[in-house]
Design a protein around this ligand. Structure first.
Ligand SMILES: *Cc1c(COP(=O)(O)O)cnc(C)c1O
Length: 429
């Protein structure tokens, strides 16, 4: 790992096409006047997939990383038999992100947020002095905590107090990982607000979310896993979305794979889904609107409380900006679906019966949408379909294990004082 050569790439602004250097943690083009993502343009047009021992970094040719970190795993793609047979599909491929050693899946934080975390933290300089800040409702926090703990990277997590039960680990974490919380009753948005206050301190820097090329190109590894296993770009891509970042990443990977030339020229249709009744992107898409429609704050909070797949309750997704989900759906001929809790629960049960492992509610939403799409004749029986199981195997992982929980160093009120947050958080490191 010591002799890893940093991946070579330049940045491109999606809105203007301007190409420029990554001077370090660039999240947008300073010269661009409209909201837009930036993308990485990798020096290697054809990906050279490394041996399995490299973990997720087997796809490092197309990850904006300077170094390889310890402990990563790649997603596992295999051709489904059980579920495929039930649905009458001939070419259903499952990309599994989670813990299921029987098929070689060893992500111990059990979701594809691990792909983001290894990529984002590998983008940071080894001698970075500042503390990385991540706000999350659960899966993202767990993934970043593991990566940073195992690799001695300083991390400040901001998580709602009501969600700290999601911060389970096999072993105690390295104290370079600290947790702060907004008080009981607060949600993901309060946690984001708190992290924004912490970021006012000079010793901290923001992970950046969907705008961070490392986050997207980490998630894109799901598609790289699928395409290198299948040998071609699929016809359809199914995923449950909260922010849509994974689907944007899938589209970007698709474009790189077309340019690679060895996997066909297919554009896979993005078939993404939300958990009803929390469906703001579905509503905007139905109205053929690039802008998100107005969503009453109280109703949004209530809807978010109802859905099983809490990870899908993002109220400000990267939907309308250049290179965002709206563009990705238009460019691929994709569509947005909805699944109720009842549909998702049934789908999870079916997945466990036919594929042998538990999956998260969000993955159940994606599976339910696939089931619905097959029933509605929206996909051909012989189409090559990638089902992105974004998280699973948590129950399997926890079996017989005694878990350790990360506890908050500080709990702040829901209307925290900015100076107080900055000084207390600085004192933690
Ligand atoms: C975060 C998450 C999603 C949603 O991913 P986005 O691409 O950010 O919308 C889906 N499933 C699981 C398990 C997740 O943790």
């Amino acid at each position: 790992m010591e002799n890893f050569t940093p991946t070579s790439y330049t940045l491109e602004c999606v809105a203007t096409g301007r190409e420029f250097e990554d001077t370090g943690w660039v999240l947008s083009d300073p010269q661009c006047k409209t909201p837009s993502l930036v993308r990485a343009r990798y020096a290697k047009r054809q990906i050279d997939v490394k041996p399995a021992e490299w973990g997720l970094y087997r796809f490092a040719d197309w990850m904006p990383v300077r170094r390889m970190l310890k402990g990563s795993s790649a997603p596992v793609t295999y051709k489904s038999r059980g579920l495929a047979e039930r649905l009458g599909l001939e070419n259903l491929w499952i990309t599994f992100n989670g813990y299921y050693p029987a098929i070689g899946a060893t992500m111990t934080t059990c979701s594809f947020k691990e792909t983001e975390a290894y990529s984002v933290c590998g983008r940071a300089a080894a001698d970075e002095q500042r503390v990385l800040v991540v706000a999350s409702a659960g899966n993202t926090a767990r993934a970043f905590a593991k990566v940073c703990s195992d690799n001695g990277i300083r991390l400040l997590l901001s998580v709602p107090y009501d969600n700290i039960g999601a911060l389970w680990f096999e072993e105690p974490l390295n104290p370079c990982v600290k947790l702060i919380c907004c008080a009981a009753g607060g949600d993901y948005f309060d946690a984001i607000y708190l992290s924004d206050l912490a970021l006012k301190g000079p010793g901290f820097y923001a992970e950046g979310g969907a705008k961070n090329i490392a986050r997207r190109d980490g998630m894109a590894c799901t598609v790289l896993s699928a395409v290198t296993a299948i040998g071609r770009i699929p016809d359809y891509y199914f995923q449950a979305v909260g922010s849509g970042t994974g689907a944007i990443a899938a589209w970007e990977a698709n474009q790189r794979l077309v340019a690679d030339g060895r996997f066909g020229q297919n554009t896979m249709k993005l078939m993404v889904s939300q958990n009803a009744p929390f469906v703001p992107m579905y509503d905007a898409w139905q109205a053929d609107s690039r802008a998100m429609l107005p969503y009453d704050e109280d109703k949004a909070r209530r809807d978010a409380e109802i859905i099983d797949a809490k990870v899908l309750s993002n109220r400000h997704p990267p939907y309308g900006l250049a290179g965002g989900l709206y563009d990705a759906l238009k460019a691929t001929g994709g569509d947005i679906f909805v699944a109720t809790n009842a549909m998702a629960r049934k789908a999870r049960k079916l997945f466990r019966e036919t594929e042998g492992v538990d999956i998260y509610s969000a993955a159940g939403v994606a599976t339910a949408s696939l089931i619905n799409a097959v029933a509605a004749g929206r996909v051909e029986r012989d189409a090559t379909i990638m089902l992105n199981i974004t998280g699973g195997g948590e129950e399997h992982f926890k079996e017989g294990k005694e878990l350790w929980y990360l506890k908050p160093s500080l709990v702040f009120p829901l209307d925290p004082d900015a100076d107080d947050v900055v000084s207390k958080v600085e004192a933690l490191f």
